[in-house]
Design a binder for this molecule. Structure first.
Ligand SMILES: Nc1ncnc2c1ncn2[C@@H]1O[C@H](COP(=O)(O)OP(=O)(O)O)[C@@H](O)[C@H]1O
Ligand SMILES: [Mg+2]
Length: 300
């Protein structure tokens, strides 16, 4: 099972991801991974973490994804593939073009999506907890499989046209004529590669959107901005046909002032279809395994 923790910057995603990872580790082998470029998972556990998972408690491994490294590895993979497939392009300066890719929109998101995908596929873990970046970036990552699908369909169509045209041109000359097979796309390396990417993309989307394999927790505080952002996040997820399961109201203090009372009423009304849990405010935060282990939620 994959557990995603989503929310505005600073609301308590990491703290709650850590609490839940520890709970899951009492009964299963768990990995918790921070994918927020502004990592603080190590600070929350009070243990220094790295890109590769390390063991931090019984049945619990943790890591902080190194963005720069993930993007570099991703571009390296692409370079190897392109160089292998398009050997004749070596006359051009392929490396320069690939360097520019580093700054292209979407590259970081796609690299991070692939990094998350490889983490959730490490088969020693029964549960993987993903501490996501703040909402905007997190939603862009979650939306990628759908956006990619649109592009891949267009690219597959374009590639089919190229293959068909090439075949038609070949058949103009009777010497090359080959009437044995009409559709040549299945023998075209580029077409097959695109199809492979499309299949993987589908798999990612179905795994992330299926409530039987993924569970989304949205963390918020009782304040206007985080309430508004939670409403927008739920809209965004609905558009992607991904449903959240639980709303965590973090740093909970019994509301007394008029504005927090009205936000609380809004929360209960707007999120009546979700499970709403509160985690009380604790002076100084909830730091270290001992404190994280003793944190208690209560239903709202
Ligand atoms: N329930 C809580 N009570 C008090 N402080 C909290 C609580 N949850 C988180 N904090 C503190 O709030 C800050 C942000 O929490 P964090 O989990 O890092 O949020 P995020 O990952 O969303 O940026 C940290 O200083 C953290 O210790
Ligand atoms: Mg964090």
């Amino acid at each position: 099972m994959i557990y995603f923790f989503l929310g505005k910057g600073g609301v308590g995603k990491t703290t709650n991801a850590a609490i839940n990872a520890l709970r899951l580790s009492k009964k299963s082998k768990v990995l918790i991974a921070s994918t927020d470029p502004a990592h603080n998972l190590g600070d929350v556990f009070d243990i220094s973490l790295e890109h590769r998972p390390i063991n931090i408690a019984e049945n619990l491994d943790a890591c902080e994804i190194d963005y720069k490294r993930v993007v570099e590895e991703y571009l390296k993979q692409i370079t190897i593939k392109i160089k292998r497939k398009y050997k004749y392009l070596s006359a051009f300066n392929l490396d320069d073009s690939l360097n520019i890719l580093k700054f292209s929109p979407g590259v970081e998101e796609d690299a991070l999506l692939r990094a998350i995908w490889s983490l959730v596929n490490i088969d020693i873990y029964e549960n993987v907890v993903i501490d996501l970046p703040p909402t905007g970036l997190a939603l862009r990552i979650m939306a990628l499989p759908i956006i990619n699908e649109v592009w891949l369909d267009k690219l597959l169509k374009a590639r089919k046209k190229i293959v068909d045209t090439r075949e038609a041109l070949k058949n103009i000359s009777p010497v090359f004529a080959d009437s044995s097979q009409k559709d040549k796309t299945n023998t075209d390396e580029v077409y097959n590669e695109l199809k492979k990417i499309k299949e993987e993309n589908r798999l990612i989307y179905s795994r992330f959107s299926d409530p039987k394999s993924s569970s989304i927790f949205i963390v918020m505080n009782i304040d206007k901005l985080s309430y508004a952002e939670t409403l927008r996040t739920l809209d965004g997820l609905r558009e992607l046909e991904i449903s959240a399961k639980t709303i965590i109201v973090n740093r909970y203090i019994e509301p007394v002032a008029d504005d927090s009372l009205s936000i609380m009423r809004g929360i209960k009304k707007s999120f009546s279809n979700y499970s709403i849990k509160a985690l009380p405010y604790k002076e100084g935060g909830i730091i270290g395994i001992k404190q994280l282990n003793s944190a208690e939620y209560f239903p709202l």
